[in-house]
Design a protein around this ligand. Structure first.
Ligand code: NZQ
Ligand code: ZN
Length: 386
C-alpha cells in the first residue's frame, strides 16, 4: 500500500426527512445564496422542503445552473455573492449545481484578475465561501469531495478545479429525491459512479486489499441495484444503496494508498466540451478502448475484477481480463448507454487529433496511473472509440 493522508471534513446527513435539519448546520444570521438548476426541485417537493428549512435565514435565490455548469452563468452568481455580502452558499441539485457552487465559492474569494485562471492554471482553493449541499441526483460524488468540473461554451472547454477549501461543510443525502429522476439520468448516475471506481481500481496491484474489496463492493452493489432503480426510482431501499454507493465511489476513500488513473475522465471531458454529450455517456465511450489500449498495464487488476465482480471462472489472465471488459460494455448497454462516439454524433472525424492537440498544449504528456498515456495514445484511444 502506498503512503497516504486522509481527511474528509464533510458531514453527511443521510435519509428521509433530513433536509429539515439544514437549519442547524448553517451558522445563525447567515445570508444564504440558494443555488439550483433548471427547476426540477420545484416539481418534486425539494424546493418547498429547503425553503421551509431556511425560514429563519435571509435567502437570495440563484436559479438556472445548467448541466455541465457554465462559467458565464456562474460568474453572475459570483457577482451576487460579492455585491450582496452573501456569507453562505447552499447547492440544491446534482453534480452540476454542486460543482457550480464550488466554483462560486472559490471565485468569490479569488483575488486574481481572471477567475477562469482557477481552472486554466490549476490554482488550488484553500479557502472559499462556506457551503453545504442538498443532493438531488446520485452520480458524481461531488457532495463529499473537493473537486469541480466547469464548462465554458465560448471556447468549448471543460476543465477541473479543486482544493482542500472546497469540501461541502455538510451534505444532505435523502434517497426520496430519487423518485423524480428521469431514467436517462439514473443510468448516467449508475455509469458515472461505476466509472469512478474503475479509475481508482483498474490500475496495477499494490497490495491494498481493503481498498480493493471496498471498490469491488461498490461495483457489486451498483450492479445489483441497477435493474431495481431503473425499474422503480421510488424504491427507497434501492435508492439508498444507489445514493450511498455513488458517494462512496468518489469521496476519497478508495483512492487512498492506491495508484489512480483518471485518463478516461480527461478524454471524456473533451467529448462533452466538443459535443455536449452527457458526462457518463462520454465515459462509457472511452472506457473500453482505454482498457484495451492499456491492456498489458492493467490486465492483472482487470482479471481480479473479472473474477471477483463478474464471477468469471477459468481461462488465462488475458482471457479473463478481456471478458471483464466485455462484461463492462454489456453493463453499460443494459442501461441503454451506447459505447461508441458515432452513436452520439456524425461529426466525429478529427476528434482524436483535436484532443491530442489540446493535451499537448496543456503539457499533459503522461496521463494515467503510470503517467505513460501520451497525447498520441489519447488520439489512438479516442479513434478506437469512434
Ligand atoms: O437542472 P435541474 O432542473 O435540477 O435538472 C437536472 C438536470 O437536468 C436533473 N435532475 C437532478 N436531480 C433531479 C433531476 N431531475 C429530476 N429529479 C431530480 N431529483 O438532472 C439533470 C442533470 O443534472 P446534473 O447535475 O448535470 O447531473 P450530474 O449529477 O450527473 O452532474 C454532471 C456534472 O458533474 C461533473 C460532470 O463533469 C458534469 O459536469 N462531475 C463532477 C465530479 C466531481 N465534482 O467530483 C466528478 C464527475 O466525474 C463529473 O465529472
Ligand atoms: Zn465522473
Amino acid at each position: 500500500m502506498l503512503n497516504f493522508e486522509f481527511h474528509n471534513p464533510t458531514k453527511v446527513l443521510f435519509g428521509k426527512g433530513q433536509i429539515a435539519k439544514i437549519k442547524n448546520e448553517i451558522p445563525e444570521g447567515s445570508k444564504v445564496l440558494m443555488v439550483y438548476g433548471g427547476g426540477s426541485i420545484k416539481k418534486n417537493g425539494v424546493y418547498d422542503q429547503v425553503t421551509k428549512a431556511l425560514e429563519d435565514f435571509e435567502v437570495v435565490e440563484f436559479q438556472g445552473v445548467p448541466p455541465n455548469p457554465e462559467y458565464a452563468i456562474l460568474m453572475e452568481a459570483v457577482k451576487i455573492v460579492k455585491d450582496q455580502n452573501i456569507d453562505y452558499l447552499l447547492a440544491v441539485g446534482g453534480g452540476s449545481v454542486i460543482d457550480g457552487v464550488k466554483f462560486i465559492s472559490s471565485a468569490a474569494k479569488f483575488d486574481g484578475e481572471d477567475a477562469w485562471d482557477i481552472l486554466a492554471k490549476g490554482i488550488r482553493t484553500y479557502e472559499g465561501v462556506p457551503f453545504g449541499t442538498v443532493l438531488t441526483l446520485p452520480a458524481t460524488g461531488s457532495e463529499m469531495n473537493s473537486g469541480s468540473v466547469i464548462t465554458r461554451a465560448e471556447t468549448k472547454e471543460k476543465r477541473t478545479m479543486g482544493g482542500p477549501g472546497l469540501f461541502p461543510q455538510f451534505s444532505v443525502l435523502d434517497p426520496e429525491v430519487v423518485h423524480s429522476i428521469p431514467k436517462r439520468q439514473i443510468a448516467n448516475g449508475l455509469v458515472d459512479s461505476f466509472s469512478h471506481v474503475i479509475e481508482q481500481y483498474l490500475t496495477y496491484p499494490v497490495a491494498a486489499k481493503l481498498q480493493d474489496r471496498i471498490a469491488e463492493s461498490v461495483m457489486q452493489t451498483l450492479i445489483e441495484v441497477a435493474p431495481k432503480i431503473m425499474k422503480d426510482p421510488s424504491d427507497y431501499d434501492a435508492a439508498s444503496d444507489f445514493m450511498w454507493s455513488c458517494t462512496m465511489a468518489l469521496n476519497g476513500l478508495l483512492r487512498m494508498g492506491t495508484p489512480n488513473d483518471w485518463a478516461t475522465h480527461m478524454m471524456a471531458h473533451e467529448l462533452t466540451a466538443l459535443y455536449g454529450i452527457d458526462h457518463a455517456r462520454t465515459l462509457a465511450i472511452i472506457h473500453p478502448s482505454h482498457l484495451r489500449h492499456n491492456f498489458e498495464d492493467k490486465k492483472e487488476k482487470l482479471a481480479q475484477y473479472g473474477e471477483r465482480v463478474w464471477g468469471i471462472r477459468g481461462g488465462t489472465i488475458e482471457e479473463i481480463a478481456e471478458q471483464a471488459i466485455q462484461k463492462t460494455e454489456e453493463y453499460f448497454h443494459s442501461l441503454e448507454i451506447d459505447t461508441k462516439l458515432s452513436a452520439y454524433t456524425e461529426d466525429y472525424e478529427g476528434t482524436a487529433e483535436i484532443i491530442a492537440k489540446r493535451f499537448k498544449e496543456r503539457g499533459w504528456e503522461g496521463l494515467g496511473e503510470r503517467k505513460n498515456v501520451t497525447p498520441d495514445d489519447a488520439a489512438k484511444i479516442v479513434s478506437m472509440s469512434y
